[in-house]
Ligand binder design. Structure first.
Ligand code: HEM
Length: 514
């Protein structure tokens, strides 16, 4: 083969040889000399992150990881510099609030580049000081009282959802339930964020392809999470700019800026102050309490957008998981209906948050769904701090800079915390008092399970939308179970793990109960 024009004869071949030698040496070093060599794991995972990319590619990386932990134990080497942990007690160490370990570089591929500037958000930032500052207004907003102010908007969305279900029930059509629950979650959070529905439920479709675009972004994120180097060669590479097109969600960002401007105009014209019926008003109000943080419209739009993207798929998938498992188990469905009837909660539908959140069996069902099918299906990575970390129970010393993560699909199946019932099965009874268990012992066990379930994250980076999400889950599950029967049209649903574990094939015919 001729040398490339401009390159001396043979230089290309020598460069290729040099690169191969460097790569092979790094693999051999990684395998033989790495300080992590005593942590067991698949052979290829020890030498290259490509092993993780391959596992992700299959679409069921969470199931592979469960199997790996059952084979190798509580610590598994997932990459040359990455360890996965399964012991739910270690959540308190890795995600501790007191001395937080920072998020790893896997999150950086979620940054967007706008006009050449890399922009982070609350979810993906690895800058702990910036996060501590930016999260303050949200912590203030996420109180239970503020969440209750959102309830009428959730009710309105449930009513639209039920009117569509009533219509589909009377037509006898097959309902792809996981899609409708996703549209519910997107519409509900859009209403809570901007004060109006985007129209997913009304039209029964993905308006403006927002959900499809979000899915495309997640595929990219999920790929780079496993090998962050790829992001530096792709999206964050200036040479790739001509091939990338406009930044994702450009039109949705423009719409968000227009919504903020319109709301400010409205308050000015009417002489009103921002209230608390949606996040947009809450953030405009937060400008007074946190003027140095919520300093301009860019910050407000950043908060609103991350809410929408971080919260919608998560809630839709969780709803689908809970509803699927309940309707697949007639015994559980019956027991839940009895509780709703005895407590007279199904007298008023949509079921109220105050009524539904105090029902122990509904609470058990919701937590069991969140435990067995958490929406996020890859480890939440953190970096071991400068002091290094001595693993417990005679494990090896893990040096500073190592990436360590827990996957909630794995830690939520930790038998020590969530057993002795079969941890792979949907058994809400694990959250209920056992025969002969005192009230005090049950409450202690319940509190421990709830605090060690990783579905919403933990510590300083715990989900800021948890109380809003829980309100949606209790109310929607309470309402559906009270109002509808479902007949399954497929033997089983399928799952695809790209970062979120999306279900498909939850096809049912529905009948109104009354
Ligand atoms: C069942 C539903 C939900 C689940 C399971 C869930 C789960 C999570 C998890 C695991 C994290 C932390 C990820 C990490 O450590 O890397 C997170 C962060 C976040 N979630 Fe959620 N989420 C849900 C709903 C929501 C909703 C409804 C909202 C908005 C109202 C929301 C907004 C956020 C934000 C803004 C963050 C970043 C927080 C920070 O780093 O300070 N989430 N969520």
């Amino acid at each position: 083969m001729d040398a490339l024009p401009g390159l001396p004869d043979g230089l290309l071949a020598r460069l290729a040889l040099l690169a191969t030698v460097a790569l092979v040496s790094s693999c051999v070093w990684s395998y033989l000399r790495s300080p992590l060599r005593h942590v067991p794991g698949p052979f290829f995972a020890r030498i290259s992150d490509l092993w993780r990319v391959g596992s992700w590619w299959t679409g069921h990386a969470q199931l592979t990881l469960i199997q790996l932990h059952r084979r190798f134990g509580s610590a598994v080497r997932l990459g040359p510099n990455m360890i996965s942990l399964s012991d739910s007690n270690l959540i308190n160490v890795v995600y501790s609030s007191k001395t937080p370990w920072i998020k790893s570089d896997m999150y950086a591929s979620n940054d967007v580049v706008v006009d050449g500037v890399v922009t982070s958000n609350l979810f993906n930032t690895t800058d702990q000081a910036w996060h501590t500052k930016m999260v303050k207004p949200l912590r203030n907003i996420g109180t239970v009282t503020k969440t209750l102010a959102f309830e009428p908007a959730v009710d309105e969305t449930i009513e639209i959802f039920c009117s569509k279900l009533d219509q589909m029930a009377s037509e006898g059509v097959v309902v792809p339930m996981e899609k409708w629950l996703l549209w519910f979650a997107y519409d509900c959070l859009h209403k809570l964020t901007f004060g109006y529905h985007r129209g997913y439920l009304e039209t029964g479709s993905d308006v403006g392809n927002f959900i499809k675009d979000a899915y495309g972004g997640l595929i990219y994120f999920g790929l780079c999470v496993n090998m962050p180097l790829l992001d530096r060669f792709l999206m964050k590479n200036p040479l790739m700019k001509p091939f990338l097109g406009p930044p994702p969600f450009l039109w949705a960002f423009q719409q968000a800026y227009a919504d903020v401007a319109e709301r400010k105009r409205k308050h000015e014209a009417e002489g009103t102050s921002p209230g608390s019926s949606d996040f947009l008003d809450l953030f405009l109000g937060a400008r007074d309490s946190f003027p140095d943080i919520v300093s301009n419209d860019d910050v407000v739009v950043n908060y609103l957008f991350v809410n929408l993207v971080a919260g919608s798929d998560n809630t839709g998938i969780s709803l689908a998981a809970i509803v699927y498992h309940v309707y697949r188990n007639p015994r559980i469905l019956e027991k839940l209906r009895n509780e709703l009837e005895v407590e007279k909660v199904n007298g008023t539908l949509p079921a109220s948050y105050r009524d539904t959140s105090r029902l122990p069996y509904l609470d058990a069902v919701v937590h069991e769904g969140l435990r067995i099918h958490p929406p996020i299906g890859l480890p939440l990575e953190r970096v071991v701090p400068a002091s290094g970390w001595q693993m417990p129970d005679g494990g090896p010393f893990i040096p500073a800079g190592t990436k360590v993560g827990m996957n909630s699909w794995v830690s939520n199946r930790d038998e020590k915390t969530f057993g002795p019932e079969d941890v792979d099965e949907f058994v809400p009874e694990r959250w209920m008092p056992r025969n002969g268990e005192s009230d005090e012992a049950w409450k202690g066990r319940l509190g421990r399970m709830k605090s060690l379930m990783l579905t919403f994250g933990f510590g300083t980076r715990i989900c800021t939308g948890k109380s809003v999400a829980m309100m949606e889950l209790y109310k929607v599950v309470g309402t559906l179970v009270g109002k509808y029967d479902m007949t399954f049209m497929t033997p089983e649903w399928k799952m695809e793990n790209i970062w979120f574990v999306f279900p498909s094939g939850f096809d049912v015919k529905i009948q109104q109960r009354r």
